[in-house]
Ligand binder design. Structure first.
Ligand code: EPU
Length: 439
């Protein structure tokens, strides 16, 4: 895929029909490397066809893991028996944030792991001190080597009590991986409660692990000697679902979002309703319907069950076209407002002061040339383009395809006018001077 690919959207068409949500990115990128801990072949279903999954599979293949992909790309058969390396240090490893799960998985299997410090979306400093604190409590030592490689190793791992200073998704899941085969009882406190934490625990338990309490503040893990073959289906992606729900609301559409767990969408549904949107919940789908201007709202992001930071940019678009002044406070990441300048290019009126965006709603956004500055910011640009007047071109869409399966096809299925195209020729393209060789 060319980094400079772009989407061209002719906006103003209400989303209609149905869209089916894929498996959850942030569960998949942990569950796939977790198979390293197993002594047998595993089958993972409902895997999203996104580039972050391709990246994690490529990293595993380089370690000697055999992966077979079904024709529709949604099922992976993973054979970790003949893994040949404990070193995930090539340049691809830095491309995705989730490569940090290799630390926990390799440590849990071999008591030894070398992993390049991960990359991912740039929201300011993204430390892994809580991951290392957990590994060390289990008996490992960690060393920072040259070129950003982290080495963790242990004579042996043993169950321990660990209190996390922040409720980190990555640290909770990574330490869970390292602890699952460590003899004795591990108690993790102040853990993250996100649905993907529960999905990883369910997956590990389906291989024979003994993990209790995932989804609450305390997780108890009793180490087991072996993990066995399983077939496991990844849960639906809460953030992909929320993104389509926001897009339907932004375009005054009427559409049904299929293959969701409504419980995971609670706070998103509450905020949409507060903005005047009708949301009808079914067992595994939601209908979203809106036919009038959105009402203003205030939102503060926080860990699950709070409002997800990964929905912050998409809701910013809704606030940008709502009536009145909305306030959006980012409380998880230091620097997740880099996209605001792009949204203002489309006619939004947003000022950012420290961690808060003050959004004066406008009646109508106008199409423009914009850039996807990261994954969710890119999704926000798509929503903005769908509800704007005229044509919006978004470049850097490789960011979007890290986490949204077939977004162009799914949106076309909802009746919108969106296509994917090659690099732009226009010298006016906003990112032409910012991206390596782009434009
Ligand atoms: N933190 C620390 N120390 C650590 C780890 C985290 O101080 O050792 C801090 C972070 O700086 C941040 C907060 O804790 O302020 C939360 O970070 P967390 O560890 O929960 O984030 P993450 O595991 O790196 C995952 C998702 C992100 C999502 C966050 C928060 C994956 C691969 N990524 O990141 O997803 O924003 O949780 O929910 O699961 C996305 O999908 O677009 C995305 C960025």
């Amino acid at each position: 895929m060319d980094k400079c690919d772009r989407y061209i959207i002719n906006g103003g068409i209400p989303l209609k029909g149905t869209v089916k949500i894929s498996g959850a990115k942030n569960a998949a990128v942990a569950i796939i490397p977790a198979v390293i801990l197993c002594d047998e072949v595993c089958t993972i279903e409902n895997v999203p066809d996104i580039t972050d999954v391709t990246a994690i599979c490529n990293i595993l293949k380089r370690l000697g893991v055999k992966i077979t992909i079904s024709d529709d790309k949604s099922t992976l058969t993973i054979d970790p028996r003949n893994i040949t390396s404990r070193k995930a240090t090539n340049s691809h490893v830095r491309d995705i944030r989730a490569s940090y799960y290799l630390l926990g998985a390799l440590l849990g299997r071999f008591n030894d792991a070398y992993v390049s410090m991960p990359g991912g979306c740039d929201f300011g400093i993204r430390p892994i001190d809580q991951h290392l604190k957990g590994f060390e409590a289990l008996g490992a030592t960690s060393t920072s080597l040259k070129e950003g490689v982290v080495h963790v190793c242990a004579e042996e791992l043993n169950g321990a009590n660990i209190y996390f200073d922040v409720a980190s998704v990555g640290a909770t899941m990574n330490v869970m991986l390292a602890a699952v085969k460590a003899p004795g009882l591990t108690v993790l406190e102040n853990v993250a409660k996100e649905p993907h934490v529960v999905d990883l625990a369910n997956f590990l338990n389906s291989m024979g692990a003994n993990i209790k309490g995932a989804g609450t503040d305390v997780i108890k893990i009793r180490g087991v000697e072996h993990l066995f073959s399983t077939t496991y289906s990844i849960m639906p992606d809460q953030i992909e679902a929320g993104t389509y729900m926001a897009a339907i609301a932004a375009t005054k559409g009427d559409a049904r979002v299929l293959n969701v767990i409504p419980k995971h969408l609670e706070v998103i549904i509450v905020k949409l309703r507060e903005m005047g949107v009708t949301v009808e919940e079914d067992e595994d789908s939601v209908r979203v319907f809106s036919n009038k201007r959105l009402k203003r709202v205030n939102i503060k992001t926080s860990p699950y069950p709070g409002f997800p930071t990964d929905m912050q940019p998409q809701f910013c678009v809704l606030m940008a076209i709502a009536e009145g002044l909305s306030k959006l406070h980012e409380d998880v990441w230091d620097n997740r407002f880099k996209y605001i300048g792009e949204l203002n290019r489309l006619g939004a009126k947003i000022d950012v002061v420290k961690d808060t965006a003050y959004i004066e709603g406008v009646e109508q956004l106008e199409g423009a040339l914009v850039s996807a500055t990261d994954l969710r910011a890119g999704a926000a640009m798509v929503i903005a383009g769908l509800c704007a007047n005229g044509t919006t071109e978004i470049d850097n869409v490789a960011f979007i395809e890290r986490g949204y399966e077939n977004i162009v096809g799914k949106l076309q299925g909802l009746g919108t006018d969106i296509i994917k195209s090659g690099p732009p020729n226009s010298p006016d393209f906003p990112s032409s001077d910012k991206n390596n060789g782009c434009a």
